[in-house]
Design a protein around this ligand. Sequence first.
Ligand SMILES: Cc1ncc(COP(=O)(O)O)c(C=O)c1O
Length: 457
Amino acid sequence: MKDTFQSLSDLDRAHLMHPVTEFRVHEKKGPQIFTGGDGIRLETADGRSIIDGFSGLFNINVGHGRTEIGEAVAAQMKRLSYYPSFWNFSNEPAIKLGERLAGIMPAGRGLDHFMFTTGGSDANETAFRMARLYHAVCGEEKRQKILSRRWSYHGITRAAGSATTLPAYHIFAAPDPLHIPVAAPYCFRCEFDKTYPGCSFECAEDVAAVIKREGPDTVAALVAEPVLGTGGIIPPPAEYFPRVEEICRANNVLLILDEVITGFGRTGKWFAMEHWNTLPDFVSMAKGITSGYLPLGAVAANRKVYETIRDKSPKGLPFMGGLTYNNHPTSCAAALANIDIIEKEGLVENSKVVGDYMLDSLRSTFAENPMAAEIRGLGMFASIECAMPGTKEPAGGRPMVFPAAVASECYNRGLIARALWENISLSPPLCTTKKDIDEIISILVDAMEIVTDRFNE
Ligand SMILES: Cc1ncc(COP(=O)(O)O)c(C=O)c1O
């Protein structure tokens, strides 16, 4: 086994480039190779068992090793593995998945038309393209701008990457100027120096101010993660989305909710928008739609948008957007089997119950830890924001070093937790139990303690 591991490790260094990885560090350290998984646990090629406290990349909602999904995928591949869905070509799993999702989407705004994509970035790209098209067929071609909040991650392809406002993603490529940043509902780091409750929701009002400044007739849409994810797992105040929705409607700016992480039970509801009864024009999804068993994303358009494009597009002009793998039958079959598991095992409810337990336990366990400045979350999605005691300065004195050190100590002790900027973050599979949470937190306690001691030496 050791030989196999060593030769795989050498071959990885010789031939692979990894995302979000410093190539020279990778060559020195080598890869962590995973060979199996069951429930919330992963097996490594060097024989360790590790708790996947982050569900891969916030996506393995049903956990690892679900043979039902593999069987559904194999059966579909044997029948028809792929055929394009351009023009009027279609396939059974995509049709069934569209019908299924229409039933899962919150009622009230007719979110019942879907295009399946390959992931989250192209779901957002498709929503932007459709939003601009919607305005164009309504005679408002100038509505091209897309607003997005600071601390957002919407993907990394050109338009989605331009809507991503985290500066680290723009180091060598400036965002497209049609993408305009607005304030984020990030109370801990409020850019208006206000305190919630007691503020006037200046972050929501900023959406109105930016629309006014840019000219309402130039703004196509606002894209927003219901809970900011990669930015640090930041749920908004309850008042935020109702006001933002109102501002968008008043200005005929379409609202795109990016539920790529928050969809499929992550926050204790099927979709996070249900927490505030927000009804957008588009929803982008990915990740938990297949729990990562195969790549898939989706964009849902509401009936107003769909019917307007249908009825007002110039005759003979098709929707000129399409990827080879849109509505992929095998990926859609994986999604259907994944949704079966979520429903049968009550994983949305489990995400709420065990997620509440996780948040309460984190809050009580780290209440006295001077580096834990704020603990927040929703469902199976939580962060400890770290800072120097009594300040908002990075714990450890330099940006991002403290949470990264905690994550690394967690890994050494058998837990994958992730550093997101100044946060140490958890996003375990939705099948995690309270007992698992106790184990996760006890590892986190040890890791925090050892790193806190190291930084206080
Ligand atoms: C909220 C959000 N939107 C979009 C994306 C992009 O998805 P993908 O990596 O599948 O393109 C991500 C990925 O992490 C995400 O977190």
